[in-house]
Design a protein around this ligand. Structure first.
Ligand SMILES: [Zn+2]
Ligand SMILES: [Zn+2]
Length: 276
């Protein structure tokens, strides 16, 4: 099939995004403690501002675990609403929420995050613990100490085929005719060609890591209910949080958490988790 047609289509749908990569062996020693509070990173101490409290799970009432914080002001090319600054993300591994209406996850947004405003808050001890656990709680405080700074690597991100099928309304005729052309030919499988072309462009077609912007790389399949509850338009990816095995961050079986927004209502962040 005419490869340039597919290239043209991909050019129209590709979104600039950032792959977030932990920097090995670069931890608290390389940055002053204050700098570390505002840096993009996994683990360590989250950024807070005066008057805040550590997020508490609405279900089990324990403190949620701090996963990461990402400064979207460093991710300008992702063309996300400018109202996003430093995002912090917390999750309750005991309650393991799968989607937005369930409690046990928190995203906080600090559009003007700054070292001068950074406040450090200690994670509250677990609620229902016995006497001995309380006694040793100080030792367990190291739970969040595995900290890793990250680097932002920009790339062009493409949707998976089932998402493209749903959302690319304006491109539908072009996309459908291309698909039909390939199927008529009978020799090639459109799905194979599509992902091969993506791979050739340099994007991993199994990109289940951490991504800012772009398209969600769904582990299971594109959720057809990914629509804004206010305006019913398709939501798009804010951040994909992958499991980071080396940092002991595992969402189920190497799952991903997908945070999505609608451009008209960016304050409403939706969350979904998918696992293998
Ligand atoms: Zn919980
Ligand atoms: Zn909306």
């Amino acid at each position: 099939m005419p490869k340039h047609k597919l290239d043209n289509l991909l050019q129209k749908i590709g979104r600039p995004a950032y792959q977030i990569l932990p920097i090995e062996n670069k931890t608290n020693e390389t940055l002053a403690k204050e700098q570390l509070l505002t840096a993009s990173k996994f683990g360590g101490d989250p950024y807070f501002e005066a008057g805040e409290q550590w997020p508490i799970c609405g279900k089990c009432e324990n403190a949620e675990s701090f996963i990461c914080q990402l400064d979207l002001r460093q991710a300008k090319d992702a063309q996300l609403p400018s109202s996003f600054g430093l995002l912090t993300f917390f999750y309750c591994f005991q309650c393991f929420p799968w989607d937005a209406p369930q409690p046990g996850w928190t995203v906080r947004n600090y559009p003007q995050a700054d070292i001068a405003k950074a406040v450090s808050i200690e994670k509250p001890a677990p609620k229902q613990v016995g006497f001995f656990k309380k006694l040793f709680a100080k030792n367990n405080a190291s739970e969040n100490s595995k900290v890793s700074l990250v680097e932002f690597k920009s790339f062009i991100c493409y949707p998976q085929l089932d998402e493209l099928d749903e959302i690319a309304e304006g491109l539908a005729p072009e996309f459908k005719s291309l698909q039909a052309e390939v199927e008529e030919n009978g020799k090639e499988d459109f799905c194979d060609i599509y992902y091969q072309t993506i791979e050739q462009s340099g994007q991993d077609s199994d990109n289940f890591g951490t991504i800012i912007g772009g398209y969600s790389q769904w582990i299971q399949c594109f959720p057809p209910d990914l629509k804004c509850k206010h305006c019913q338009s398709w939501m798009r990816q804010l951040v994909q949080l992958g499991s980071e095995k080396k940092l002991d961050i595992m969402f189920g079986d190497a799952g991903c958490i997908y945070l999505s927004i609608c451009d008209e209502h960016p304050q409403e962040i939706s969350m979904m988790l998918q696992c293998f």
